[in-house]
Design a binder for this molecule. Structure first.
Ligand SMILES: C[S@@+](CC[C@H](N)C(=O)[O-])C[C@H]1O[C@@H](n2cnc3c(N)ncnc32)[C@H](O)[C@@H]1O
Length: 288
């Protein structure tokens, strides 16, 4: 498939079937962790239209469409492969209230008229966004959201674990983020996106912000351990070219760390905590 400059900005190969499968699996995990498809305080009107920005293989959109037959769901993503996977799944299940489109969301304007949607989800996009990309995208989201509509952002920070290799890969990942201008942390110590979310929404004119944090215990004795292990098995393999191209590691070093993290995560006393922050706000008719 043709690769564009926009393709290069994602930390994984976005035309990769393993990444598409990983994101579908991760969608079920996130929904289990957050406990729902939309925040509890958001009430959608009957016949609502909702948009998933950078929807990947469409996990959230498909779940939303299955659970709410009166809601019209649209998912957009740059990956032709993931959009094809999402469309095929909808077709195979006969789900008619969801559509998926290839779209580069960094190319302004977003391809929708003003006041189109009642709810917009933007989940885990710091994997391709630079800090300077956020204000423009969020202003576009505000434009295509109807007055009274809501937007939700959900992002993660790197976890903390007892595994040497997990910690070391984290250091390399965050250094590569810093070198490629992706993180918000001035010292480059962490990704630093989560504390910025509500200010980014505020800066784009959204109001009445609310937030909810989710801690994820993926220690060896926890229910989520196996799911997170499976996610890491794929993610830590797929991220290797990004780390090597950023110049923070060699193929030899990262492969040896990869093998080590898989062993260390299987130890009985492995402990690990991750975090997600969800922030949502509303578009009122008049911005502050
Ligand atoms: C970490 S995934 C998150 C997917 C989805 N939001 C979820 O939570 O499952 C990031 C997604 O951003 C997409 N992406 C990367 N660059 C993009 C761009 N410029 N425009 C639209 N989507 C993009 C990738 O293809 C990938 O599906």
């Amino acid at each position: 498939m043709a690769q564009t400059d926009a393709h290069q900005s994602y930390v994984f190969d976005l035309e990769n079937e393993a990444e598409s499968a990983r994101l579908l699996h991760q969608n079920s995990l996130i929904n289990a962790i957050t406990g729902g498809l939309i925040p509890e305080t958001v009430h959608l009107p009957y016949n609502a239209r909702v948009l998933d920005v950078a929807c990947g293989p469409g996990g959230w959109g498909l779940d939303m469409a299955r659970a709410n037959p009166s809601v019209e769901v649209v998912g957009v993503d740059l990956s032709q492969l993931m959009i094809a996977d999402a469309g095929m799944q909808a077709w195979a299940e006969g789900i008619r209230n969801v559509t998926f489109r290839v779209m580069d969301v960094l190319a302004s304007p977003l391809g929708f008229p003003d006041d189109t949607f009642d709810f917009i989800l933007i989940r885990l996009i710091s994997t391709f966004m630079k800090p300077s990309d956020w204000p423009r995208l969020l202003r576009e989201c505000r434009r295509v959201l109807r007055p009274g509509g809501s937007i939700q952002l959900l992002e993660a920070e790197w976890g903390t674990t007892s595994s040497f290799a997990f910690e070391r890969i984290g250091t390399l990942f965050i250094r590569a983020y810093h070198l490629t201008g992706r993180n918000f942390s001035t010292e480059g110590r962490n990704i630093g996106i989560t504390p910025r979310l509500k200010y980014l929404l505020k800066g784009a004119g959204f109001q009445d912000m609310k937030q909810q944090a989710h801690f994820i215990d993926f220690s060896a004795d926890q229910r989520l351990h196996e799911d997170i292990y499976q996610d890491i098995l794929v993610a830590f393999k797929l991220v290797q070219p990004f780390l090597i191209n950023a110049g923070v590691t060699t193929q030899e070093e990262i492969e040896s760390l990869y093998q080590r993290v898989l062993l260390e995560m299987r130890q009985d006393d492995f402990s690990g905590i991750g975090s997600l922050l969800s922030v949502w706000g509303q578009k009122f008719r008049t911005p502050l």
